[in-house]
Design a protein around this ligand. Structure first.
Ligand code: F0G
Length: 462
C-alpha cells in the first residue's frame, strides 16, 4: 500500500432531491428594488433576491427524514404525539427535564424575561443579541455586557471570543449585589460578535462563580451545536468526544435554556424553553397559554414539532456540522484572497465583513454597514444583513445611538441550501464592491421604528 497522502476535498454529506428555481435580475432592476426598500435588506421581496444570505433562521432545507415526519403530524389541540417525541429528544440531547414549546426563540425569551426579572434588575451577558436584550429591558432590567474585550476587536484571533470575563462579572455582582441579578445570560456562539464560541473551561469558571454568589445561569442554546463543534476542534481534551456528548456537558452547567429551533434544528419555524426548575416550568407552562397556545403545542403545528424532534437527531451528526462550518470557512478563505476585511476567527453561521475597515471614509453616523449591504445587493442580488449601529439601537436611558465597536455586514449561511458555486459568486461580488468602495457615500435614516429598528428602518442615499 502506498504511504502517499491522498487529498480529499470537503463536500456536503447529502445530495439534492428537490430544487427551488431562483430569479436572475439585472443591476437596474435591483437599484429600483433597493430604493423602494429604503436601503434596508429586510424590506426587499425575497423573489428579488438571487442568493439569500440574510439569515440562517428558518431558511434551512429539511432532510427527507424530517419531511417524512411532517406527514406524521398529530394535529390534536391537546397532547399531540409529536409534542412527546420532541420532549423526549430535548431530555435526551439537552439533558434538561422540563420543556415548553414556543413558536420561535423570542417567545421563549419573552417568557423567561418576564418570569425571572424584576424592575431595576441587571442582566449580565456575553455581548447582546437584539431580541434577547430587548425582552430583558422590557421586563425592567439593564443589560450589562461582560464578554471578554477581545470580542470587540475584529482582528483578534482568540479561539473563544464568546467567553465571559469572570472579573467583569464578579465586579458587577459586587457592585449591584447578587439579589439584583436574576440570572446571567450566556449565548454560544455569540451571534453579534461574529459567531464566536465560549470554551468549556470558561463555562465551568462562570458556573462556579454564579454558584458562589447563588446567581442562576441561563443559556441561549440557539446554535449550541456550533459551539460544541468549536470546543471539539479547539479545546484540549475534547477532540475525541462526540458533538452530542459535548452539547450534553455544556447544558449540564445551566439552570435552563431557550432555543430558536429555526437554526440548529434545521426547521422553518419553532422554539422552546427548557428548565430544571419545576416552579419556573409551571409559570412558563401557564404563560404559554396566554401568548402562544396550549403548552403541548406552543403556537406550532404537530408536524412542526415532529420536524424539530428529528432535527435534534440530525443537528448533532458530526458530518452535518462539519460541512456547515466548512462552507463558512471556505467562503472566508476565498474573500481573504481579495484582502476583504473580515472578522476573525471565522464564525459558525456566517462570514462578517468589517465595514469600518471596508469603508474607512464613512463615519459610523453614516451607517457604513447598512450602506455596504445595500451596495452588495445592487451589485449581484446577494442579500446580507447589517450588524452595526442600526442593529445596536438607542440607549433606553439617553435616547442616543449606541455606537458599537463592531460595525459589520453579516453574510449568513442557511443550512444545506447553497452550493460552493453560489459562494464563489457571492465572493466575486463582494470583491467587486471592495474594489469600488470609494464610491460609497453613506446613508441617512429617514424612518425609525421604536423597537428593533433594523428590521423596518428606512434610509436614503447621501
Ligand atoms: N438568540 C439568538 C442567538 C438568535 O440568533 C436569535 C435569532 C434569537 C435568539 C431569536 O430567535 O428569531 O426564533 O425569535 N436570530 C435570527 C438571526 C433572527 O438572523 O440571527 P427567533
Amino acid at each position: 500500500m502506498s504511504k502517499k497522502v491522498i487529498k480529499r476535498s470537503w463536500a456536503e454529506p447529502f445530495k439534492i432531491k428537490m430544487v427551488e428555481p431562483i430569479k436572475m435580475t439585472n443591476r437596474g432592476y435591483r437599484d429600483k428594488c433597493v430604493k423602494e426598500a429604503g436601503h434596508n435588506t429586510f424590506l426587499l421581496k425575497s423573489e428579488d433576491v438571487y442568493i439569500d444570505l440574510l439569515t440562517d433562521s428558518g431558511t434551512n432545507a429539511m432532510s427527507d427524514y424530517q419531511w417524512a415526519g411532517m406527514m406524521l403530524g398529530d394535529e390534536a389541540y391537546a397532547g399531540s404525539k409529536n409534542f412527546y417525541n420532541l420532549w423526549d429528544n430535548v431530555k435526551k440531547y439537552y439533558g434538561i427535564p422540563y420543556f415548553v414549546p414556543t413558536h420561535q426563540g423570542r417567545a421563549a425569551e419573552h417568557m423567561i424575561s418576564k418570569i425571572m426579572i424584576k424592575q431595576g434588575d441587571y442582566i449580565p451577558g456575553n455581548m447582546y443579541f437584539t431580541t434577547t436584550r430587548l425582552h430583558q429591558e422590557l421586563a425592567g432590567a439593564t443589560f450589562i455586557d461582560v464578554i471578554i474585550d477581545e470580542a470587540h476587536d475584529p482582528q483578534n484571533t482568540h479561539p473563544f471570543k464568546g467567553n465571559i470575563d469572570p472579573q467583569k462579572l464578579e465586579d458587577l455582582i459586587k457592585k449591584v449585589g447578587a439579589k439584583k441579578i436574576p440570572y446571567v445570560s450566556m449565548a454560544g456562539p455569540v451571534n453579534m460578535a461574529g459567531g464566536q464560541p465560549f470554551s468549556m473551561a470558561n463555562l465551568k469558571e462562570i458556573y462556579n462563580l454564579t454558584k458562589k454568589y447563588n446567581v442562576k445561569l441561563w443559556f441561549d442554546a440557539t446554535r449550541a451545536t456550533e459551539n460544541a463543534y468549536f470546543i471539539k476542534m479547539r479545546e484540549k481534551g475534547y477532540a475525541n468526544k462526540t458533538i452530542a456528548a459535548i452539547l450534553k456537558e455544556m447544558c449540564s452547567y445551566f439552570d435552563g435554556l431557550w432555543v430558536s429551533a429555526k437554526k440548529d434544528l434545521m426547521v422553518n419555524i419553532g422554539g422552546f424553553l427548557a428548565t430544571r426548575n419545576k416552579k419556573v416550568y409551571e409559570e412558563a407552562r401557564n404563560m404559554v397559554v396566554v401568548y402562544e397556545g396550549l403548552h403541548t403545542y406552543g403556537g406550532l403545528a404537530g408536524r412542526d414539532m415532529e420536524a424539530m424532534a428529528r432535527g435534534i437527531e440530525e443537528m448533532v451528526m458530526f458530518d452535518n456540522i462539519k460541512a456547515r462550518i466548512g462552507q463558512v470557512e471556505y467562503c472566508g478563505k476565498q474573500l481573504e484572497k481579495y484582502n476583504v476585511p473580515l472578522v476573525y476567527p471565522f464564525g459558525g453561521h456566517a462570514i462578517f465583513l468589517d465595514a469600518k475597515k471596508f469603508l474607512p471614509h464613512l463615519k459610523q453616523d453614516l451607517f457604513p454597514a447598512q450602506s455596504l449591504v445595500s451596495e452588495i445587493y445592487v451589485d449581484s442580488g446577494v442579500r446580507g444583513m447589517e450588524r452595526g449601529i442600526v442593529s445596536s439601537g438607542r440607549d433606553p436611558q439617553t435616547g442616543k445611538h449606541r455606537y458599537p465597536k463592531l460595525e459589520l455586514v453579516r453574510l449568513t449561511f442557511p443550512r444545506r441550501v447553497y452550493t460552493q458555486a453560489h459562494i464563489d459568486v457571492m465572493v466575486e461580488s463582494v470583491a467587486q464592491v471592495f474594489d469600488e468602495r470609494k464610491k460609497i457615500k453613506g446613508l441617512k435614516m429617514v424612518y425609525e421604528p421604536k423597537y428593533l429598528r433594523f428590521f423596518q428602518a428606512r434610509f436614503k442615499k447621501l
